[in-house]
Design a protein around this ligand. Structure first.
Ligand code: G4P
Ligand code: NA
Ligand code: NA
Length: 194
């Protein structure tokens, strides 16, 4: 998605060879115009798949997921990372290991919102090692529903997540794919093919 690659080049800050900061439009401040286009692009990519639900994870997955849900006309569920006061019974639970924080986190979704007949699109802001996506897949499977695809705003293609998910047979659609962040520069996989 060209407009997204341009936004990353204009506003993204390379913090290290492994980490890109995009707080001005995705992870802190949100650009709703760009997010609307991102939602439309996910909807275009998956519109033929009969998606019935979108599942994401708080917090930064929520905005692209909501715009995609609006376009596809389906509800959006976000997995919670912290225990909720009111979310108590019939929980679908998965454990997600964070490499960045080096800790294991429990993510939860209430079982009432995903049913066996659901055809689920998983959406997230970043794909690095794929731990979050795998946790969401586990939750969808525990509900007895089907994972139809995975939509990612920014994929770091130099980490193993995308390849692993594809090897598991999932359709992964990433709107920007970063080949490297070395020398303080963002290089996209797409740079080579255009
Ligand atoms: P993984 O799920 O792919 O294995 O990734 P990891 O544990 O490494 O990621 C932990 C958090 O860091 C996630 O957000 C993920 O989206 C984010 N992340 C990973 N790599 C980058 C990066 O290069 N840049 C930015 N900006 N974020 C990255 P989170 O902690 O769940 O936070 P939230 O933003 O969704 O609230
Ligand atoms: Na994130
Ligand atoms: Na996220």
């Amino acid at each position: 998605m060209k407009v997204l690659r341009e936004k990353i080049q204009d506003e993204g800050i390379v913090l290290s060879d492994g980490v890109l900061k995009v707080d001005s439009f995705l992870n802190h401040q949100i650009d709703p115009y760009l997010m609307k286009e991102i939602g439309s692009e996910f909807a275009r990519l998956f519109k033929a798949e009969g998606i019935t639900k979108i599942v994401t994870i708080e917090s930064s997955g929520i905005s692209p997921a909501v715009f995609a849900g609006l376009e596809l006309g389906v509800k959006v569920i976000f997995a919670r990372k912290k225990k909720s006061l009111t979310l108590t019974d019939n929980l679908l639970v998965s454990s997600v290991y964070s490499f960045t924080k080096q800790e294991e986190n429990t993510i939860t979704v209430s079982s009432q919102f995903i049913t066996e007949s659901d055809r689920v699109l998983i959406i997230d802001d970043f794909l690095a090692n794929g731990e979050a996506a795998k946790g969401l897949i586990e939750i969808v499977k525990k509900a007895g529903a089907s994972v139809i695809g995975i939509g990612i705003v920014i994929e770091k293609s130099f980490q193993k997540g995308a390849e692993e998910l594809k090897d598991l047979g999932y359709r992964v659609e990433s709107l920007a794919r970063i080949k490297s962040l070395t020398d303080g520069k963002v290089r996209f996989v797409e740079d080579q093919v255009e």
